[in-house]
Ligand binder design. Structure first.
Ligand SMILES: N[C@@H](CCC(=O)N[C@@H](CS)C(=O)NCC(=O)O)C(=O)O
Length: 281
């Protein structure tokens, strides 16, 4: 049986992002169930999972429920090779970094809740946030690209920190900034954000009253299309017929999808989807 993963709002839920990357970034198939945080729908899914933790993400298979990202990482790493670094010393350091992320950085996490919709302007980190950032920079220092060469669980755990540095315009040195940009360019992260935009969910508690500008990166100009025909007859994701409300215009070409969620995730970032690339100009 395939693992099932329960997640909250993709735009805001940093732990959900970690949980999903534990699958997506390592090519492990998973059936994802998403519902907005604090919603009745999520409460019903949480009750069905039955762990009693009340938090996301959670994963389950064959009646076994795992309700915390650290336990999810260790459980998946038992069956998926290469999730931890290969060398024992790297593995030990990676575990320490992941544990520190899991239990620490409370100032950064509470002052800068993840919000992948846009970049805030004029956010001033206080001393406690600055100390957390200094610590993050020290941990990332000397990394050969990803923290331990190949992408590992350590990178999964620091991906939302990279999103916060980007999203709050937090100043870090050139080396840390390059690591942030590596995450921003990571196709899995781009797909996650595109799906988050397509959820059209707003959680007011996560939004700051500051001016904003666009999320970093270049994306194809795209919008909802009302008139076809589309260049394709079947949805590039599902193979099902194109739906009347499934049309997107990307760079002037109308592409069709089987539902409006897939339409909107492509409008948000067309190049993040390998199934869509052959349909782009
Ligand atoms: N230690 C947990 C943290 C999970 C967590 O705090 N999840 C947040 C979303 S990012 C949540 O479910 N918040 C909803 C709530 O507090 O009711 C883990 O590693 O999975």
């Amino acid at each position: 049986m395939m693992w099932e993963l329960l997640i909250g709002d993709r735009i805001y839920s940093s732990w959900s992002l970690r949980g999903w990357l534990l699958f997506e970034a390592f090519g492990t198939p998973v059936k994802v169930t998403q519902a907005p945080m604090f919603s009745e729908a999520l409460a019903a899914h949480l009750a069905d999972f039955g762990s009693g933790s009340g938090l996301v993400p959670q994963m389950r298979r064959d009646g076994v429920v795992i309700w915390d990202t650290l336990a999810m990482a260790e459980t998946l790493a038992e069956e998926v090779p290469g999730m931890w670094p290969a060398a024992a010393a790297d593995r030990a350091r990676a575990r320490a970094m992941v544990a520190e992320m899991h239990s620490g950085f409370t100032a950064l996490r509470s002052a800068c809740p993840m919000n992948m919709r846009h970049v805030y302007e004029g956010f001033e980190p206080d001393d406690a946030v600055r100390r957390d950032l200094d610590r993050v920079e020290a941990l990332w220092s000397g990394a050969p690209g990803w923290l331990f060469g190949d992408y590992s669980i350590a990178d999964v755990f620091y991906a939302p920190v990279a999103m916060r540095i980007a999203g709050y315009g937090l100043e870090v040195g050139a080396e840390a900034q390059a690591y942030v940009e590596r995450h921003l360019a990571h196709k899995a992260v781009r797909r996650w954000r595109a799906m988050g935009i397509a959820e059209h969910s707003v959680q007011p508690g996560y939004d700051l009253d500051l001016p904003t500008h666009d999320w970093p990166g270049t994306r194809r100009p795209a919008r909802v299309a009302t008139n076809g025909p589309a260049v394709n007859e079947t949805c590039p994701f599902s193979g099902r017929p194109v739906a009347p409300d499934g049309l997107a215009e990307v760079d002037g070409r109308v592409i069709g999808f089987c539902n409006s969620f897939c339409r909107d995730k492509v409008i948000a970032d067309a190049e993040a989807w390998s199934a869509v690339r052959p349909l782009l100009t």
